[in-house]
Write a protein that binds this ligand. Structure first.
Ligand code: ZN
Length: 152
């Protein structure tokens, strides 16, 4: 059997890359999965790997992967397509990706992903505030002179 190191899917030996994942990553052997401390499909069922976070889009999923990779936390990205898809729901079904990590790393990984999310929101907030301030400056003519840097 061959395995996808990204989503953990199992394939016949004749298959060379994962058809489920973006960019179709090459499949690896069970030994390589072991070396990378990644779970084989039957191990996923034993709840050794648990959910650390959920990404609503491929960009966020990739950011989560990068962050956990940096911390050397083994992870699996599982495309979320559970549930019944019928003609009525197909149109507004949003894609999402479940980030799974070993249960021993779950707490740490969840905190990391939460931080990434907050940073993302803060960046969006700042962009919004900067735009607002520009508008105010335009109206008043002067930026606030005594704006102190935020204290943490
Ligand atoms: Zn895959």
């Amino acid at each position: 059997m061959r395995y996808c190191a990204r989503c953990g899917s199992e394939y016949q030996d004749s298959v060379v890359d994962c058809t489920d994942c973006p960019n179709h990553p090459p499949l690896v052997s069970a030994e390589v999965m072991r070396e990378r401390k990644l779970p084989l499909p039957h191990e996923l069922d034993q709840h050794r790997f648990v959910r650390a976070g959920v990404a609503d889009d491929p960009v966020t999923a990739q950011i989560f992967v990068d962050v956990l990779d940096e911390q050397r936390i083994p992870l699996i990205v599982r495309p979320g397509r559970s549930g019944v898809v019928d003609e009525l729901t197909t149109g507004n079904l949003l894609p999402w990706w479940e980030i799974l990590v070993p249960d021993t790393d779950q707490a740490r990984a969840a905190v990391l992903l939460e931080e990434v999310k907050i940073q993302g929101l803060a960046t969006a907030d700042e962009a919004g505030r900067a735009a607002e301030e520009e508008e105010r400056e335009g109206e008043l003519g002067h930026p606030p002179a005594d704006s102190a840097p935020p204290v943490f």
